[in-house]
Design a protein around this ligand. Structure first.
Ligand SMILES: NC(=O)c1ccc[n+]([C@@H]2O[C@H](COP(=O)([O-])OP(=O)(O)OC[C@H]3O[C@@H](n4cnc5c(N)ncnc54)[C@H](OP(=O)(O)O)[C@@H]3O)[C@@H](O)[C@H]2O)c1
Length: 293
């Protein structure tokens, strides 16, 4: 375990599950933790527990709702006002929904939280990550990405929305599509960051007992999640790869890879399609109103 004292780490969705375990373990290693969460009360409860458990008082709480691009921009601005460096960004927050709903900015919410949000947050913090290099970006994807499809003509799933109910029918839900997009974003980002000493890797945490899917709004998927509980690992085990990628010296120069159980792993053939990665990147920039680099 490497020393993390003096390192500043942002972990999104760190009030529960894998994100909370990641924050707790990095706090134990003496890192400064910035918990980027959407709910003040849930966040404060988790922050208090982490401080109590680790004895590390450098655990900050900042509001960042990944479904709101305005909230992400506000968070990044405020973070840069408070901190002059960023060593580790863990894009951990994620969600799944049964029904198609759009955010106030008009984005389908699974896409917004799992893909557009991390894309924008990374974009907004990239200058700081570069000036703090060596630094690390870690994206939490899912093994379900292999069931995903990237339909560049329907990124918002207007024509074809499959919610969490799709799990019980062995169809690929929109969640899987967004996790594939996050994977492809990581590979493209790593290429664009070559030579900058900022690494970008993606991981699959395994099948983990957390709050994920509990409030997705589908009875069949809630029953399905209960049934599979015995097959799931604990959040502590699920967080191991995130902690490893954030802190281990072994991976300090590794970039553009996917990890599972702390080992490099191969992902589905679609994920490596550079042509689609580039087109997806360009389309995302235009959806978010970002100027091409
Ligand atoms: N559990 C698994 O088996 C599994 C498998 C593969 C991948 N993953 C991925 O692992 C990551 C962590 O999930 P988890 O399993 O630990 O589930 P979790 O306990 O539900 O944690 C998800 C976190 O994301 C946050 N979040 C959700 N929507 C958000 C938003 N709009 N803005 C900001 N934060 C938001 C949640 O905050 P609230 O508490 O406020 O809702 C929570 O802190 C996710 O990306 C998930 O897709 C999980």
């Amino acid at each position: 375990m490497s020393e993390m004292k003096g390192k500043i780490c942002i972990i999104t969705g760190s009030n529960s599950g894998i994100g909370k375990e990641t924050a707790t373990n990095l706090a134990k290693m003496c890192a400064t933790i910035v918990m980027a969460v959407r709910d003040q009360e849930r966040g404060e409860k988790a922050r208090t527990e982490i401080v109590k458990q680790t004895g590390n008082n450098s655990v900050d709480l900042m509001i960042c709702d990944l479904s709101s691009m305005d909230s992400i921009r506000r968070f990044a601005k405020e973070f840069k006002r408070k901190y002059d460096r960023l060593d580790v960004l863990v894009n951990n927050a994620g969600a799944m929904f049964n029904k198609r709903e759009v955010t106030s900015a008009g984005f389908e919410q699974t896409l917004a939280v799992n893909y557009l949000g991390p894309f924008l947050l990374t974009h907004e913090l990239l200058d700081l990550l570069k000036s703090s290099a060596p630094s690390r970006i870690i994206n939490v994807s899912s093994g379900l990405a292999k069931n995903g499809k990237v339909d560049l003509d329907d990124l918002q799933s207007e024509k074809n929305y499959k919610g969490t109910k799709a799990y019980s029918k062995v169809r690929a839900p929109v969640y899987a599509n967004t996790k594939l997009m996050l994977m492809m974003f990581t590979y493209e980002l790593a290429r664009r960051l070559k030579g900058s000493a900022v690494t970008a890797n993606v991981l699959m945490p395994g099948f983990v007992t957390t709050n994920l899917g509990k409030n997705s709004g589908s009875l069949s998927s809630s029953i399905m999640f209960k049934m599979v509980r015995p097959m799931q690992v604990s959040a502590k085990t699920g967080a191991e790869t995130s902690i490893y990628l954030a802190s281990s010296d072994i991976v300090k120069d590794v970039t553009g890879k996917c990890f599972a159980k702390k080992r490099e792993t191969i992902t589905c053939p679609e994920s490596y399609d550079e042509e689609i990665q580039k087109r997806l990147w360009n389309k995302t920039e235009s959806m978010l109103g970002l100027a091409p680099e």
